[in-house]
Design a binder for this molecule. Sequence first.
Ligand code: NAD
Length: 480
Amino acid sequence: MNFDRDHTIFIDGAWQAGQGAEKLEVLDPSTGSSIARMATASGEQVGRAAEAAARAFADWSRLPGQIRADYLRGFARGLERRAEALAVLQMANSGKPRLEASIDLGDAIATFDYYADLLEQLQQSPNSETSLGEGSHKGRVRQEPIGPAGLIVPWNFPLVTSAWKIAPALAAGCTVVLKPSEATPLVELCYADLADEIGLPPGVLNIVTGATPVGKAMTDALPLRKISFTGSNAAGAQVMASAARRGIPVALELGGKSAIIVTEDADLDLAVECVITGIFYNAGQVCSATSRLLVHEAIESRLLEALMERVRSMAVASPLEDRCDMGPITTPAQFRKVENYFAVARSEDCDCLTGGHRLDGPGQFVAPTIYRHVDVGSRIWLEEIFGPVLATRRFRSDAEAIALANASDYGLAGSIVAADPERAGRLADEMVAGHVWVNTPQIVYPQSAWGGFKSSGIGRELGPWGLASYQGVKHITSAP
Ligand code: NAD
C-alpha cells in the first residue's frame, strides 16, 4: 500500500502542497515499513489557514442552525460512504484490528449526527431568560460562538478525537483549523475531502499537517481564539503556556491512569471482559485505559487466573491476519516507551504474571502484560504507560479500594464491577474521575461528557458540554 500525497494542506477550500521544511514518513506499525511520505505545512501556511478561518467566521457563525446541522449530517453520510477505505487506512496506519477501526468510524458518524440533532433542538430556543428580580431590568442570555478555533489531536483515535472537536465547533458556529498527529495524518484528510464534497463554505474547515512546529505555530496564530488540544500532559502544558501569553482559552484532554474496581460479588465473566477490554483495546493506547486493577482479596486469585486464560488465547497480530485481537503499538516512540517500562518493571522487581516483553519479528508488537501486587510507589502503578500493561493490587474494604483508586495525579476515568447496584453506585460516586462505567465495558456515547479531573485536563467534550466549549456567554440586560 502506498498513500503518498503532496497536497496535504487544505486552506480556504483548496488543497495545497505543503511548504514546510519537514517531510512526514508515515509508517505501518505491523511491518515498520513506510506507507506514505507527506509534506507538512510551513509556519506561513498555518497563518494563512488561521486567517481563512477568521474570514469565514462572520458568515458561518450567522448561518441558521438548520443549515449548519445539514452540513454536519453531510459529514456523517460522507464518512459512511467511505467506510471501507477509512477502515483499511486505520488498519494500515494505526494497526487497529478491523472491528476497532469500524467502531471508530461509527463513533465519528454518531458524533456528527448527535451535534446536528442538538443544533436543531437548540434552534427552537436560542435565547434563555434570566430573572433579575421583580420589577427590575429584563435579562436574556445568548450563547455565542467563541471564534475561529485551533484543534490539535493525537494519534490513538485520529478519526474520533477530530470528530469530537470538529462537530461541536462547527455546530457552535466556530470555524476551525485542524492539525492531525504527525504519526497518523492520513485518515483525517478525509474531513477536507468531505468538506469539498458537501460544499462547505471555504475557510470553515482547514487542515494543516505536521509535527510539533506546526502545532506551535497554531497556538501562536493570532486569529485563533481558542485552542482545543488532546494529547500528552507535557505538550498540553506548552499549549497552555502559549495560550496564556495571548490570554485565550484552552480545552485540554490529557493523560490518565484509571482504575477498575472489582468487588467480591462481581460476575466473574463480566469482570474479565471489562478488565481485558479496559487495558488491551487499541493495544492499551487509550487515555481512559483502566491500567490499574483493584480486586477484592476474596476473588483475586480466581480473577487473575481467568485473566491469564483470556490473555493466553489472544491473537496479537497484524490487523490483516485472519485473527487479530490486539494489534501493534502505533508509533516507534511509543513502542520504545512501552519497552522502557518493561525494563522499569524488571528493575523494580515487579511480579510479572504474563508478558513484559516485545514480540520477536518485524513490527512494533508487545505481549499483553500483567503485573501483580504492584507497589503503590512503583512507576508502573503511578505513570501513564499508554500500552497493554496492567498493574494489579488487592483490597479488603471499599474504603481502601477508593483510596487506592483516587491516589493518582490523574482523574480521567474509572470502572466498577460489582453485583450490588447500590454499592456500585456509591463506589462510582466516590471515584474522582470524569467518566465512570458501572458493570459495562467502556463505551462512550456522544450524549455523555468526556474530560478529566486533576491533571487529566481542563474542560469537557461531547454532549452539551462539548458545544459549550466553543461558546461564550453573552448577557443582555434591558430596561424594565
Ligand atoms: P502528544 O502530546 O505528543 O501529541 C498530541 C498532538 O500535539 C500532536 O498532534 C502533536 O503534533 C501536537 N504537539 C506536540 N507538542 C506540541 C506543542 N508544543 N504545541 C502544539 N502542539 C503540539 O501526544 P500523543 O503521543 O500524540 O498522544 C498520547 C497522549 O494523548 C497520551 O498522554 C494520552 O493519554 C493522551 N490522550 C488523551 C485523550 C483524552 O481524551 N483525555 C485522548 C487521547 C489521547
